[in-house]
Each structure stands twice: as structure tokens, then as C-alpha cells.
Design a binder for this molecule. Structure first.
Ligand code: IPE
Ligand code: IPE
Ligand code: MG
Length: 237
């Protein structure tokens, strides 16, 4: 059985260049502790920073995280405001440090409806990190269906008459990244909630009951070793 033993052995090789997370369960994490949902989102943001660092050290080339869906606007105004506030704070802090590491931040989703300050911070960090080589895609106001419809319309607007799979892939927000090899969803729900619909056609999925703020480096190692044991056939034999 494949298992990582020591820390230095944990490494993502070419079979797992692109890894994605549906970061779910912040609200329930808070509820279990009698805390407001916002406390779950704050803890979730800490977990996100910790795990991105950990995966970076392990050699991850493409990381994609689902931070806010096109459907999450349906939540109470107060919760949406808190989330936008947390995103703004974290991006603002990361802007100063982005020069010290090799992470290129790309936002997946339409920035137009975001609060102005957040929108500016998103553009600033994208610009400041554009020469870096390892990609961190942050899906913010992202929906897989929305993304495909936009891609087709954009291709059409550019005068492309024949839509092919290659054309669509080229017009998606994820055009800079390969399709995810592995999509991990925390929080126990067995659904994709409109995440990377096009890109995950042949992705491996892993669902865990662990709530996002509790996801540990140890569990990621376990999930990755599970992934390495899978046989990806892509319809072949
Ligand atoms: C994920 O956690 C964060 C976002 C969707 C923004 P949730 O807020 O969905 O947490 P649960 O699913 O209610 O526990
Ligand atoms: C999916 O979680 C979106 C993010 C993690 C950002 P949700 O909590 O919105 O998903 P549903 O509503 O349970 O499908
Ligand atoms: Mg949820």
C-alpha cells in the first residue's frame, strides 16, 4: 500500500500537477462551537493560507479553490458582507508578500459585482503576480455554467464561428491551467455545486466529512496517497 512516511517524502508529482478544493463547511464548524458563521469563515481563511503554503512546499503547480459561488449571493446580506470583507483583508495582506514567492494569483469569475475595494485589490494582486509561475486560481463569484456561457459568447464576439472543445477551453477563466487531476470537497456534501463543470470531466473526486477549517496536512497526505492508488482510464482500458 502506498503511504507517505516522512514529511520530505510528501511530494506532488506529474500525476497530480493540478489540485482543486471545494472549501465547504465553515458555517457548520462555527455552529458546532456555538460561534457565529463569520467565525467559521475566518477560521476557514486561516486554513486556506496554511494549506496553500503546505501544498506549495510539496511542489503543487496549480491550485484552484472555490471561495464564493455565483449562487452564494443568495445568503443573508450580513454574511455576504463578512465574506467580502475577509477576502479584501486577505488579498490586501498578500499583495505585499507576493513578490517574495512564486505564486501567480488568478481570479475565476466576473469581478463586476464585487465591492469596489475588493475588485481593485483583486486586479492589483493579479497584476503584481503575473510573472510568477505557480498558479493559484481563486474562484470568486464563480459558476461553472456561467463560465461556459461566457466562453461561448466571448468566442462568438471574437468572430469564431465553429465552436470546438478546444475553443471553449481557451475561453474559460481557467485558460492558464490544466484540468484538475483531483477535486477535494470538504463538508460532507456529495455534489459539485457548479464548480469547474467543464474542466472536471475526468477529474478524480474525493469527498470528506471533515469541515474545511479542520482539514489538516495529515488528511491531505492521506487523500493524495489514495489518489495515487487510483487507475485513471479516461474511457480506455
Ligand atoms: C463554505 O462554507 C464557504 C462558502 C460557501 C463561502 P459554508 O459557509 O457553505 O459552510 P456550511 O456549508 O454552511 O457549513
Ligand atoms: C459551494 O458551497 C461553494 C463554495 C464552497 C464556495 P455551498 O455551501 O455554497 O454549496 P451548497 O449550497 O451546499 O451546494
Ligand atoms: Mg456550504
Amino acid at each position: 500500500m502506498f503511504k507517505f512516511k516522512k514529511d520530505e517524502e510528501f511530494h506532488l508529482d506529474e500525476r497530480l500537477s493540478s489540485i482543486a478544493f471545494i472549501m465547504d463547511g465553515n458555517g457548520r464548524w462555527a455552529k458546532k462551537r456555538g460561534l457565529p458563521r463569520s467565525a467559521g469563515h475566518r477560521k476557514g481563511a486561516e486554513t486556506f493560507v496554511k494549506l496553500v503554503k503546505f501544498l506549495g512546499k510539496a511542489g503543487a503547480k496549480y491550485i484552484t479553490v472555490y471561495a464564493f459561488s455565483t449562487e452564494n449571493w443568495k445568503r443573508p446580506r450580513e454574511e455576504v458582507d463578512t465574506l467580502m470583507q475577509i477576502f479584501t483583508e486577505y488579498i490586501d495582506r498578500a499583495i505585499d508578500r507576493i513578490g517574495d514567492n512564486d505564486i501567480r494569483v488568478i481570479f475565476l469569475g466576473d469581478k463586476t459585482p464585487l465591492p469596489e475595494r475588493l475588485r481593485e485589490k483583486c486586479l492589483e494582486i493579479e497584476k503584481k503576480s503575473e510573472k510568477n509561475t505557480r498558479i493559484l486560481n481563486i474562484a470568486l463569484n464563480y459558476g461553472g455554467r456561467d463560465e461556459i456561457v461566457r466562453a461561448v459568447n466571448a468566442a462568438h464576439a471574437d468572430g469564431i464561428e465553429r465552436i470546438t472543445e478546444e475553443v471553449i477551453s481557451r475561453y474559460l477563466y481557467t485558460r492558464e491551467s490544466p484540468d484538475p487531476d483531483l477535486v477535494i470537497r470538504t463538508g460532507g456534501e456529495m455534489r459539485t455545486s457548479n464548480f469547474l463543470m467543464w474542466q472536471s470531466a475526468y477529474s478524480e473526486y474525493y469527498f470528506t466529512d471533515t469541515l474545511w477549517p479542520d482539514l489538516s496536512e495529515r488528511e491531505i497526505k492521506k487523500i493524495v496517497s489514495d489518489f495515487y492508488r487510483r487507475n485513471r482510464r479516461y474511457g480506455g482500458l
